[in-house]
Design a protein around this ligand. Structure first.
Ligand code: UT7
Length: 330
């Protein structure tokens, strides 16, 4: 969908917990190897929260970094959206806890559940709020503690996921040439069972049985998700550029959800995006769901891989199934 939303990213931040889980460490726990994980996923290590740490702490660190980068005080924030599939607790929203932790005013704060597409969905909502004058300064966060919902004995998932948070501060900008130029958001609930957590909701509240049967851990049909991801990522990269009236070659940096290096490489090859123009950090952080695009965006800004005026494409997909892309002129 073509849009013309003049907004700008005025600051970004990220936080990765200190504890590093190497492939070698996982190979001591489940039947896998460093070679298999690197070859099939590109992941070498991922991060895990320390005892006592959880999603709010990660979100708070990342948000403080983003506010400092933006030279914005907590009092100036007037909307907070936290994308997460692993909230601090079921109630209240992590965004409300974050509002209090940062010392923001009593501004609207809510969580958004779109799994790995969460940050891209949240970014779109933030931009809409800005262009509709519902807010002047918005804090958008992707924060996850996926290691808390990953079965440590499931070799298919425990090798993939890690913990992290990323944040961005958005404001309206005066230049109509800058901001969101096109986007594509969607979902196919019919394929919800491809990645899901059976228990912990109203269908299957926590019980002795649900714990004993490991129903609070994520279940994933990896192959099916893989096929969907490659096709859908290629499709939305092409569609979003076409809608904006730009060629894929004009994109300075593609920031994809860090799901699996092979998924990223296949989708980019099919869409004609060379890997030098693709942000990749999955080798160091694994798949951090809604945090992954936010963390990679922060890294790209801090390393000056992207600069004002560049075309940047955010692309993600995940449980739901959901997908999303946003093409921005910085
Ligand atoms: O954020 C979105 C969420 N999820 C994703 O993006 C995940 C998408 N899917 C994937 O990344 C990949 O499907 C996986 C990395 C999960 C699996 O890789 P694959 O190349 O699709 O492997 P596969 O599932 O087809 O399994 C191939 C073989 C199987 O053995 P057999 O049946 O051929 O004997 C698996 O049992 O590899 C085996 N296997 C493993 N072997 C060593 C599966 N996991 C592992 C493992 N170590 N960790």
């Amino acid at each position: 969908m073509k849009v013309s939303w003049p907004v700008e990213i005025v600051g970004t931040g990220a936080y990765l917990p200190a504890r590093v889980i190497t492939n070698a460490e996982l190979a001591q726990r489940v039947d896998t190897s460093n070679e298999w994980i690197v070859q099939r996923t590109g992941i070498r290590e991922r991060r895990q929260i320390a005892p006592g740490e959880a999603t709010l702490a990660l979100a708070t660190h990342a948000s403080r970094a983003a506010l400092a980068d933006a030279h914005v005080t907590p009092a100036e924030i007037d909307l907070i959206i936290v994308a997460t599939a692993t909230p601090e607790q079921p109630l209240p929203a992590t965004a409300c806890l974050l509002q209090a932790a940062l010392g923001c005013r009593w501004v609207p704060a809510y969580d958004l559940a779109a799994a790995c597409s969460g940050f891209v969905y949240a970014f779109t909502q933030a931009a809409q709020s800005l262009i509709n004058d519902l807010a002047q300064t918005v804090l958008v966060v992707g924060a996850e503690c996926l290691t808390t919902v990953t079965d440590p004995l499931d070799r298919q998932t425990c090798i993939l996921f890690g913990d992290a948070a990323g944040a961005a501060v958005l404001r309206r900008c005066a230049d109509p040439q800058r901001g969101v130029m096109a986007l594509c958001l969607g979902a196919d609930g019919g394929r919800g069972k491809l990645i899901y957590i059976p228990a912990g909701g109203s269908r299957e509240p926590a019980s002795l049985r649900s714990v004993n049967e490991r129903l609070h851990f994520m279940r994933m049909q990896g192959r099916e998700v893989y096929k969907f991801a490659v096709t859908q990522m290629q499709a939305i990269i092409e569609q979003t550029c076409a809608d904006a009236g730009v060629s894929v070659d004009e994109v300075a940096l593609l920031i994809p959800h860090q799901s699996n290096l092979r998924i990223i490489e296949s989708a980019c090859e099919r869409a004609g995006v060379p890997m030098e123009k693709v942000a990749v950090n999955i080798d160091r952080f694994g798949n951090t769901s809604s945090a992954s695009v936010a963390v990679a965006l922060d890294e790209a800004r801090r390393t000056e891989r992207i600069k004002r005026g560049d075309l940047v494409l955010l692309v993600a997909f995940g449980a739901g199934l959901t997908w999303g892309s946003t093409l921005l002129r910085l």
